[in-house]
Ligand binder design. Structure first.
Ligand code: NAD
Length: 485
């Protein structure tokens, strides 16, 4: 399907498509061509959307979980039938390769989340009877209690640019199933696929249950964080923005789910399977140009296999096809914007200036668009900016270690703790290391996440967990009801 650059995109508020009155350009990161004009909402639109979500709340939370689940199942069916039509649009605005777009941006987890959460689950619990002595409040006896999970209310879902539809689905599917209503504020860089998705939401859900506001700057998201009509912020994005949101939201006692930055440590012990590990590490370059919060970008490699690992990684980095994301042989596409490309380049320079060895990449590919070559920096030390901060680009740093204790110490010498990896020949040794790593998730001898295990970060990588039943818990308030028995 071709993209209509002149399409009039609107905001979804209370079941109506609202003309924002202004717009801004969305640019294809690989060609720099304009893909479309996104509606430029104001803080007043954000307030209207929050009010619409609040008005829709009694009706939606009044449905049974089975009824809400039936809506989600219908949504999953409609997406399955329709979303292949959006591949061109989402590919163009995100710049992700056509292979990644088809399998992971506009399918896969995006639809699976609705299907998964459409199944009703009993999230309530009973508490063991409590033996009371006689008090001024009542006679001696037994008290029973039931712990109910109630919806939090209106949830503002503020999301990053890397996987726009997947990020939004991971939030709104459990939030809706728990009986909350939602305002989506997608990332400014690539919101058009979300607006297309809004057309399906609008057909299937009652008006106001999901609302969408879009803006080029932080103002629209900030207005939702300040709103008295919003009870919870479910945010995925960078840690500094997460801090600003938690600070601002404290004034209205917002509930927070914070999924923030990461600097994934990958520990290789002396008995690690080097070939398996380098396959996992190379995913940093090939999987959406390293624009992944969980990517294993910080390799902590035992000195006995260090040279072999670095030279094998350099070989792979030099072979990966970089270029046109529409070419099916391309592995590394662009990063999202010119500003971000410049930031990643400055990040790499800071590494070489601090004494790291540039083993592969580092140069700007000779073609239009916002490309960064797959880059490998070796001989890094834990104090370097390139080791401490996330690049959110195709950049891997390697540090040597001399034993498991040192490897764990280096891994933990980080503000982040989102997703870490251990490659070890002996699984019990890998498990022992995993338990000592300060990280919300640890994968052993592989880089695949378990999509139903709890996901979230230690330290500056976030607050709270989602996925699986933890997703339903995240979007609920706990209410205890007790009675004499
Ligand atoms: P970002 O923090 O720049 O922006 C994220 C969202 O926050 C955008 O929608 C933006 O408009 C909004 N925003 C900015 N300022 C705001 C404010 N003051 N109030 C309210 N909203 C505001 O992140 P990004 O560049 O889009 O994404 C990259 C970052 O996201 C990386 O740090 C990456 O690690 C992180 N990320 C984390 C996860 C995770 O699950 N932990 C997943 C994907 C990306």
């Amino acid at each position: 399907m071709t993209i209509d650059v002149d399409e009039q995109w609107k905001l979804l508020i209370g079941g109506s498509w609202i003309d924002a009155g202004a717009s801004y350009e969305i640019v294809d990161p690989s060609t720099m061509a304009v893909v479309g004009h996104a509606p430029e909402a104001t803080a007043a639109h954000a307030a209207d959307a929050a009010r619409a979500a609040r008005d829709a709340l009694p009706g939606w939370r009044g449905l049974s979980m089975a009824e809400r689940g039936a809506h989600l199942a219908r949504l999953a069916d409609a997406l399955e039938a329709r979303c292949h039509e959006w591949v061109d649009l989402v590919q163009a605005e995100t710049g992700s390769t056509i292979n990644i777009t088809e399998t992971m941006q506009v399918a896969g987890a995006f639809i699976d989340r609705f299907r998964y959460y459409s199944r009703p689950v009993d999230v309530n619990e009973t508490v063991a009877p409590f033996r009371m002595t006689k008090t001024a409040l009542g006679p001696a006896g037994l008290l029973g209690a039931y712990v109910l999970r109630q919806p939090v209310g209106v949830v503002a879902c503020i999301t990053p640019y890397n996987f726009p539809l997947v990020n939004v689905a991971g939030k709104i599917a459990p939030a809706l199933m728990m009986g909350n209503t939602v305002v989506i504020k997608p990332a400014p860089q690539d919101p058009l696929g979300i607006l297309r998705f809004g057309e399906v939401l609008d057909e299937i859900l009652p008006p106001g249950v999901v609302n969408i506001v879009v803006g080029s700057g932080p103002e629209v998201g900030a207005a939702l964080v300040e709103s008295h009509d919003v009870n919870m912020i479910s945010f995925t994005g960078s840690s500094p923005v997460g801090v600003r949101i938690v600070e601002a939201g404290a004034r209205t006692m917002k509930r927070n789910l914070m999924e923030l930055g990461g600097k994934g440590a990958l520990i290789m012990t002396d008995d690690a399977d080097v070939d398996a590990a380098i396959g996992g590490i190379a995913s940093v370059w090939g999987f959406h140009s390293g624009q992944i919060c969980t990517a294993p970008t910080r390799v902590i490699c035992h000195r006995s296999i260090y040279d072999r690992t670095v030279s094998a990684l350099a070989g792979i980095a030099g072979m990966l096809p970089v270029g046109d994301p529409l070419d099916r042989s391309t592995i590394v596409g662009p990063v999202i914007t010119e500003t971000h490309r410049d930031r990643v380049e400055a990040f790499i320079r800071s590494g070489t200036e601090a004494g790291a060895t540039l083993v592969a990449g580092g140069e700007r590919p000779d073609r239009p668009g916002f490309f960064v070559s797959p880059t490998l920096l070796a001989d890094c030390t834990a104090d370097m900016h390139v080791v401490r901060e996330e690049a959110f680009g195709p950049v891997v740093v390697v540090l040597p270690h001399d034993g498991d204790d040192e490897a764990v110490a280096i891994a933990n010498d980080s503000e982040y703790g989102l997703f870490s990896y251990v490659y070890a020949g002996d699984m019990s040794r890998a498990f022992d290391i995993a338990q000592r790593v300060e990280s919300g998730n640890v994968a052993l001898n592989g880089v695949q996440p378990h999509m139903e295990a709890p996901f979230g970060g230690f330290k500056m990588s976030g607050i709270g967990r989602d996925r699986g039943v933890w997703g339903l818990h995240a979007y609920s308030e706990v209410q205890a009801v007790n009675w004499p028995s």
